[in-house]
Design a protein around this ligand. Structure first.
Ligand SMILES: Nc1ncnc2c1ncn2[C@@H]1O[C@H](COP(=O)(O)OP(=O)(O)O)[C@@H](O)[C@H]1O
Ligand SMILES: [Mg+2]
Length: 263
């Protein structure tokens, strides 16, 4: 393994990045591969024939207005909803078929279930215990998301931004290679958004892959290498940021044009 590998990087950055990147089995599969994914809820076509693939080590913004189908796509990807047709794979497999999911994929979806009377630290300890992760990792992830001072307070006293950080801490417990974050900037103040951006960049620099959804372009535009734009269930654009914004167009122009100005 080279000096720039994740093991070396980990000692520099205290466990922020993946603890282990499977260089043999995983490297040939994209981190995420979504193929002709369709999800219907009765009359509602929430996701309509969506196809994309994300390489390991990239940070991708998953953008679109409220109701566009972002959360549904992520839920299917994480095995929380069944596709109507098509498939969504992580590291070449369905999420439920991963051998050690906590070390491959960490996710923070919109609604986090925290026991309100538990402290943040106890919440993480319970999760670590259930996933057979050493409890020393709890202190590491508390430090990574910078909520140590609040770790022993009940979660019901946390601000939304602190809950977001606690959710991220939980997602990091297993040292995942891939982070899937649904609207993680919700509730964060400007300094929190700034912190999140640099955290995600650092994670990717250590070989991690990130898929981050947002209905607000500005939140992710400065963080990501590439974007996917979804509108009314359909993927309407995908590509590298620099390519999409070529010829003098701003990303905002592109986004508003694609989504009819309803950001
Ligand atoms: N469990 C569900 N049952 C019925 N309709 C749903 C369900 N989840 C999402 N939808 C609908 O699917 C569409 C896409 O929703 P969602 O994926 O949450 O969008 P986004 O995350 O982009 O805001 C919306 O019309 C929403 O109302
Ligand atoms: Mg959503």
């Amino acid at each position: 393994m080279s000096a720039t590998g994740p093991t070396a990087a980990r000692s520099v950055n205290d466990g922020a990045g993946p603890l282990l990147v499977d260089a043999d089995a995983g490297s040939r599969d994209p981190a995420i591969k979504v193929s002709s994914l369709t999800k219907r809820y009765g009359e509602v076509l929430a996701v309509d024939e969506v196809t994309f693939s994300l390489d390991v080590g990239t940070v991708t913004g998953f953008l679109g207005p409220n109701g566009a189908g972002k959360t549904t796509t992520l839920r299917v990807l994480l095995g929380l909803a069944e596709p109507t047709s098509g498939e969504a794979l992580v590291f070449g497999r369905r999420y439920g078929e991963l051998a050690d999911p906590a070390s491959r994929v960490g996710a923070v979806l919109e609604s986090n279930d925290f026991h309100p009377g538990r402290s943040g630290r106890d919440h993480l300890r319970a999760l670590a215990l259930a996933a057979e992760i050493p409890s020393s990792r709890v202190d590491e992830v508390l430090a990574l998301v910078e909520i140590e001072p609040a770790a022993d307070r009940r979660v019901k006293t946390y601000s939304l931004g602190m809950r977001q950080r606690l959710g991220l801490a939980a997602a990091l417990l297993g040292g995942p290679e891939l982070l899937v974050l649904d609207e993680p900037a919700n509730g964060l103040d400007p300094s929190g958004v700034h912190w999140l951006r640099s955290f995600l960049r650092g994670f990717a620099e250590q070989g991690g892959t990130v898929l981050v959804s947002s209905h607000l372009l500005a939140e992710v535009a400065q963080t990501v290498d590439q974007i996917l734009v979804i509108d009314r269930g359909r993927l309407v654009a995908s590509g590298r940021l620099d390519e999409l914004t070529a010829r003098g167009r701003t990303l905002e122009d592109v986004y508003l044009e694609l989504t009819g100005g309803t950001s």
